[in-house]
Each structure stands twice: as structure tokens, then as C-alpha cells.
Design a binder for this molecule. Structure first.
Ligand code: HPA
Length: 237
């Protein structure tokens, strides 16, 4: 300690952490929602903060884009800094007509084209699932706030810019029940399982794969704030 990618001192992170992809979103969450937040790491500008929310210690840190980046930060946070609960707060692209821009998804499971979880299991399939209690708390928090959420599986892709053959598979993922595509959740659930933490992915629908719509900057911010409020409810539960 510090680890290769995190410069924080032992004990600098809370046991519960919110993780957006973008480190500047982590800074925004810290400044807007936490009390007494202080920066605890800034290696590669992947900023992390620890403060409190409703009297409980809480951290927030960026995890970057894609499974490899997320895996590095989450592994070090769990193994070296004692993080026990990870809430990814990210965005996704809707795969189905019945999923709309601004929807918030509680990602109970994730399929993936990544090989990382099979590497963990000697080539076999791994059930990349959320921690049930966290998912339940998120759904209950949403009900309490009167903010509808979608609950279901997502597809975690290694390619944001995919060749046509891969894009065509989006229809299959949708038919198999997946609500949206994003780039980290399956990896998060694999890391959490391997190192003994609990994890949940919360996602706002920022893009629509079928209609090619995307959120305006203002809508992106409002929806993001609503998702953060749900994540904070879970963190404080
Ligand atoms: N693909 C992958 N990840 C995403 C997308 C997408 O369309 N939108 C937001 N995150």
C-alpha cells in the first residue's frame, strides 16, 4: 500500500463505495452529495473521495471504461483497502423498444462477450449476478421515492464500436431478455465474487440502440442525480 493504481493510505476508503466510470462524475458526487469529502487518490486522475452520507462513511471513485479498467480498481479496493460493497453508477444503451431514455435499470445479472469470468472458472460459464440484498434495497428505495426502475439483465460488451456482425447480435440479446448494453457490470460481478465483496450495477439509459436517440446534457444530469439518490439510499440502508 499504496497499490500500483491507488495512492490512498490504509483506512482511507469506506467499506461502501459508489463508482461511476468517469472520475469527474466521482468528484461531482463527492461535492454534491457527501459531507466533508476529501480526495484520497488521484493516480492517473482516477479520483477517489471519502466523506459521509447521513452520518455514514462513504467513498466514491471512478472506475474508467471497460472491464479491464474496472477490474484493476475494484480488485485493489477490495483486496487492499477493505471495500465490501461496490455500487456501479453508470450509463447504458437500451436494447429494446420498451426500454426508454431516462429509464434507470437495476442490473440483476449480466451476460458478456468478455472472457474474464470464464478465465476465472476454467472455461466454464459464470453466473454474473448482483448481490440480491443490494438489488432488493435499490428496488425498495425506488418504490419509496416513487421513481420507477427497470429490473433485469444487461449485456456487458468489450466493444463500444462493434463490427456489424456483433451489432446484429443486439437483437438476440434483447430477445434473451437483456434490457441494455454497457461495458462493465459482468466484470464487476466477477471481481466481487472472486474477492468476496457485494456488488450492484445501477444504470441510466443514456442512448437507444434501436432509435439512435440520446439524452440531452440536461436530461443526462437529472437522470444521473436520480440514480445517485437511489444508490445513496442503498448505501445508507
Ligand atoms: N454501448 C456500450 N456502452 C454504453 C452505451 C452503448 O451504447 N451507452 C452507454 N454506455
Amino acid at each position: 500500500m499504496p497499490t500500483p493504481h491507488i495512492s490512498a493510505a490504509p483506512g482511507d476508503f469506506a467499506e461502501v463505495i459508489l463508482m461511476p466510470g468517469d472520475p469527474l462524475r466521482a468528484r461531482y458526487i463527492a461535492q454534491r452529495f457527501l459531507q466533508d469529502a476529501r480526495e484520497v487518490t488521484s493516480v492517473r486522475n482516477m479520483f477517489g473521495y471519502t466523506g459521509s452520507y447521513q452520518g455514514r462513511r462513504l467513498s466514491v471513485m471512478g472506475h474508467g471504461m471497460g472491464i479491464p479498467s474496472l477490474s484493476i480498481y475494484t480488485t485493489e479496493l477490495i483486496r487492499e483497502y477493505g471495500v465490501r460493497v461496490i455500487l456501479r453508477v453508470g450509463s447504458c444503451g437500451a436494447l429494446r423498444q420498451d426500454v426508454k431514455l431516462r429509464d434507470i435499470i437495476v442490473a440483476t445479472a449480466a451476460g458478456t462477450d468478455s472472457n474474464v469470468n470464464r478465465m476465472r472458472l476454467g472455461g466454464h460459464d459464470f453466473p454474473a449476478v448482483a448481490d440480491f440484498m443490494l438489488a432488493r434495497q435499490a428496488v425498495e428505495a425506488a418504490e419509496k421515492r416513487g421513481r420507477p426502475v427497470r429490473v433485469g439483465s444487461v449485456f456487458t460488451s468489450d466493444l463500444f464500436y462493434a463490427p456489424e456482425g456483433e451489432v446484429a447480435k443486439n437483437a438476440v440479446y434483447a430477445r434473451m431478455g437483456m434490457l441494455a448494453v454497457e461495458m462493465e457490470v459482468a466484470g464487476l460481478y466477477g471481481v466481487a465474487a472472486e474477492f468476496g465483496a457485494r456488488a450492484l450495477g445501477l444504470l441510466t439509459v443514456s442512448d437507444h440502440i434501436l432509435t439512435h436517440e440520446s439524452l440531452s446534457a440536461a436530461d443526462r444530469q437529472t437522470t444521473f442525480d436520480e440514480m445517485i439518490e437511489l444508490a445513496l439510499d442503498v448505501a445508507a440502508a
